[in-house]
Design a protein around this ligand. Structure first.
Ligand SMILES: N[C@@H](CCC(=O)N[C@@H](CS)C(=O)NCC(=O)O)C(=O)O
Length: 210
């Protein structure tokens, strides 16, 4: 059976689990990382020498890096849903996944660490404001993209929506000022109507608060 290692409140694990949920795959998720530890265990390091989560083992196929995990699951189990047989559609999905990882994610993590994972007395407000501004620019960019299509790769929900979409629950939950971005908000509402999103992404992160 498919095994996924990683605590449920890790955003990178959430991407993998959202894909698992969309594809309705029988699986076992094992809590490691954060308060559960286990990432330095020799058995875990043999699978994932980065000592990070998530890692999956699907009948001997071991994969780490959350976007690679989402792509693997989509390719193996999601043709016609998360995965398109058309290389052009797939490239568009890849493009948004890579954009999330390299452009949006550093701002998102910067805000999350600065605001949520840092004790109130230690917060660096100028840095928090700067990173929030950069993050909102990323969401503005997504908002423009969503002007002409309901999902990032086109008319249908695909793997493209998973990495960036996984950040939205926390973005709308954190105590920050947000500009009105109507298309982004509509996209978030479409995503949060999906049972797999509600189960795996709309998860409390109280344990992570400093
Ligand atoms: N680029 C990696 C980043 C993985 C990563 O940073 N995971 C964090 C959790 S979100 C982690 O393993 N932290 C250590 C821990 O939870 O103990 C990916 O996308 O999978």
């Amino acid at each position: 059976m498919l095994k996924i290692w990683g605590r449920a409140n890790s955003i990178n694990v959430q991407k993998a689990m959202w894909a698992v949920g969309e594809l309705e795959l029988p699986h076992e998720r094992i809590d490691v990382g954060g308060k559960f530890g286990g990432l330095d265990d020799p058995g875990y390091l043999a699978m994932n020498p980065n000592a990070l989560i998530p890692t999956i083992d699907d009948g001997g196929a071991v994969v780490w890096e959350s976007n690679a995990v989402v792509r693997y699951l989509a390719a193996k189990y999601g043709e016609g849903s998360l995965w398109s047989a058309d290389p052009a559609v797939r490239a568009r999905a890849d493009q948004w996944m890579d954009w999330m990882q390299t452009k949006l994610n550093p701002q998102f993590i910067g805000l999350f660490v600065g605001l949520v994972r840092t004790p109130p007395d230690d917060r660096d407000w100028p840095a928090i404001e700067a990173v929030t501004g950069r993050l909102i620019e990323c969401y503005r960019f997504l908002d423009r993209r969503l002007e002409s299509r309901p999902y990032l790769a086109g008319d249908e929900f695909t793997m493209a929506d998973i990495p960036a979409g996984a950040t939205l629950y926390r973005y709308y939950d954190m105590e920050i000022e947000r500009p009105e971005l109507a298309r982004l908000r509509d996209w978030y509402e479409r995503l949060s109507a999906r049972p797999a999103y509600r189960t795996h992404v709309m998860v409390s992160y109280d344990d992570l608060r400093a």
